[in-house]
Design a protein around this ligand. Structure first.
Ligand code: SAM
Length: 182
């Protein structure tokens, strides 16, 4: 796995699997109150669509209000209340998401591997798709990282990050580029 220090804005991280970003599909797992949702929504190209999944209905209700207050309609940003493992298998049929060009895993590191494999099993990742996974070093997602590095279907980069109030704790974001089912 290549390693880089610090955050870096990477325009290729969004829309890698979609020509010129047209009709890009973005999937976020772990909305909470919608902070990252709004940042992603602002960066969506025309015709792009963001689906964000939150299992806690109370925080989802707050996020729903903030997303609509910010001016994004349901066509552009759809908030799905449910657990990732229940929602992913329904994305194609119930939510008309046929491809996730960019996936953000920001919900629960111990679920990252299961959910990545669910996305693969339901053929939701096009070749060239980007998967960004937060907190892969703390609390950590070792099985996810091991799988991504060893299965032969991903190019992996690790960006080292820290927690603002706890500089001694080292964390990281993984960027995976999907090569296809192989
Ligand atoms: C770290 S917070 C997300 C932070 C958020 N993206 C932001 O920018 O503020 C993680 C969220 O994931 C949700 N979550 C945890 N496990 C989940 C799952 N399996 N499916 C969907 N949401 C989940 C939690 O309820 C929590 O709101």
């Amino acid at each position: 796995m290549e390693e880089e220090k610090g955050y870096r804005s990477d325009p290729d991280a969004a829309g890698g699997g979609s020509p010129a970003g047209a009709g890009i599909g973005v999937l976020e797992l772990g909305t909470y109150c919608g902070y990252s949702t709004l940042l992603i929504a602002q960066a969506l190209p025309p015709g792009g669509r963001l689906l964000t999944v939150e299992r806690d209905p109370r925080t989802a209700a707050v996020a729903e209000k903030l997303i609509r207050l910010a001016g994004f309609d349901e066509h552009m940003v759809e908030l799905i209340v449910g657990s990732s493992e229940e929602v992913i298998p329904c994305l194609r049929t119930q939510y008309q998401l046929s491809r996730a060009d960019l996936v953000l895993l920001i919900h629960r590191p111990r679920c990252y591997l299961r959910d990545l494999q669910l996305l693969e099993a339901h053929a939701l990742l096009p070749a060239g798709a980007t998967v960004l996974a937060d907190h892969v070093l703390f609390p950590g997602a070792p099985r996810f990282l091991q799988y991504a590095k060893s299965c032969g279907r991903y190019r992996c980069r690790l960006y080292h990050t820290g927690l603002p109030d706890f500089p001694a704790i080292k964390d990281g974001i993984a960027q995976l580029t999907y090569a296809g089912p192989g």
